[in-house]
Design a protein around this ligand. Structure first.
Ligand SMILES: NC(=O)c1ccc[n+]([C@@H]2O[C@H](COP(=O)([O-])OP(=O)(O)OC[C@H]3O[C@@H](n4cnc5c(N)ncnc54)[C@H](OP(=O)(O)O)[C@@H]3O)[C@@H](O)[C@H]2O)c1
Length: 353
């Protein structure tokens, strides 16, 4: 076997000849992945055969079994809002392969990896992109990757990260307990369905807003009361709440203020018209009384650890809408972009044996 020479190239472009270990007979060196070369619509997505990545010293090579197509993927696909180009690539996507989360099995580990071994079932998320819409990916063991809960399928694990991370970042900005009443708008979304389960975990009484077709599913996740947004304007509700979470960003602080008890808090997953939620988050705390908190999502690892424990206890179950095959990724993106998914959309990655 020839000793390969080394020149620095991106891990997504590393040619086969540069593998720094002997080739194993019949080893698969290529893989299928969903790629695009520029920002834009799902029409740009292509299923391609590309080189399988190689784990660096501190990295895991993961055989991906399931991922989701989520709203973060859609935002990265179109670079919307444009400011995200500072992270995802100024002129074109820094990572050509789409996907931000995964559940799969460790295929190989780098020489310096201490926390994982081949065969471990793992799940992970990175909101800046992970190239997970592919048969294999590599991820540093220092990133937000951990072993999957044992009582969980690959699909359920994949669906338990993106929305749940953002939902946890609503709840970890406040101190929630069983004396609180919470209203969650968009309870049928990925963030909303997770926020509902987490708010119930902390003992709060939850009023959930969704449309008629989802009312039973949302009740089954623990909602104490459900408002059908097709029949009722939740902002005209007669009850008052300690917290209002608009997890789909369809309302405003102005419209929801009367729903809040004195000292109550409004949070939205969107910046709102003219980025008003940032402005309110800066100024409403100064005046006391009802205020806005903008739930900037941080510390994915902490979110995953928290969610993993809840899954293990049977206190969290991701809401899954439907599944697509890897080659149907563009259709999955188009569906998620409608803003009408119920919970999470799975991308299943089959591996020819
Ligand atoms: N701040 C951040 O860092 C961040 C990160 C990720 C996502 N986001 C944003 O957060 C929002 C939610 O994300 P997600 O993944 O949870 O969304 P999602 O899963 O796509 O939400 C879809 C759900 O929203 C419901 N919905 C649509 N219009 C509604 C309305 N007017 N009132 C109540 N519910 C409505 C839909 O219900 P029906 O089908 O029954 O109508 C559907 O079940 C998105 O706007 C996304 O861009 C923000």
């Amino acid at each position: 076997m020839d000793t390969p020479s080394y020149r620095k190239v991106s891990r997504y472009e590393r040619p086969i000849a540069l593998f720094n270990r002997p080739l194993i007979k019949n080893e698969i060196l290529h893989m299928k992945a969903i790629t695009r070369e520029q920002y834009g619509s799902p029409d740009l997505l292509q299923l391609k055969d590309i080189n399988k990545p190689v784990a660096g010293d501190q990295e895991l090579l993961v055989r991906v079994h399931a991922a989701t197509v989520n709203r973060t993927d859609c935002a990265i696909l179109r670079a919307q809002p444009p400011v995200m180009r500072l992270v995802t690539g100024l002129l074109k996507p820094r990572i050509p392969v789409t996907g931000t989360d995964f559940a799969g099995t460790v295929d190989a580990v780098g020489a310096a990896v201490t926390g994982f071994k081949a065969g471990d079932k793992v799940f992970g998320f990175d909101d800046n992109g992970l190239a997970s819409h592919a048969e294999y990916l590599v991820i540093s063991e220092k990133k937000a990757v951990m072993t999957m809960p044992e009582n969980c399928s690959f699909e359920a694990a994949a669906a338990s990260m993106e929305g749940a991370h953002y939902a946890f970042n609503f709840i970890n900005k406040i101190s929630l307990d069983n004396s609180h009443r919470v209203l969650i708008n968009g309870a049928s979304g990925a963030i909303g369905s997770a926020a509902l389960q987490l708010a119930k975990y902390f003992g709060a009484t939850v009023t959930a807003v969704c449309n008629s077709k989802n009312m039973e599913r949302i009740r089954s996740l623990g909602a104490d009361r459900v408002i059908d947004y097709e029949k009722e304007d939740f902002t005209a509700d007669h009850e008052q709440y300690h917290f209002v979470f608009d997890t789909v960003g369809k309302s405003s602080f102005g419209r929801c203020k009367k729903l809040l008890l004195p000292g109550g808090v409004y949070m939205s997953s969107e910046l709102g018209w003219m980025a008003q939620n940032l402005f309110y988050a800066l100024f409403t705390p100064i005046f006391g009384g009802k205020k806005v908190i903008f739930p900037v999502p941080v510390n994915i690892r902490a979110s995953l650890e928290f969610i993993r424990s809840r899954i293990e206890e049977g206190r969290f179950k991701a809401l899954i809408d439907r599944s697509y095959l890897l080659e149907e990724a563009a259709t999955a993106f188009r569906y998620v972009e409608t803003g009408q998914k119920t919970g999470n959309v799975i991308l299943q990655i089959a591996h020819p044996e």
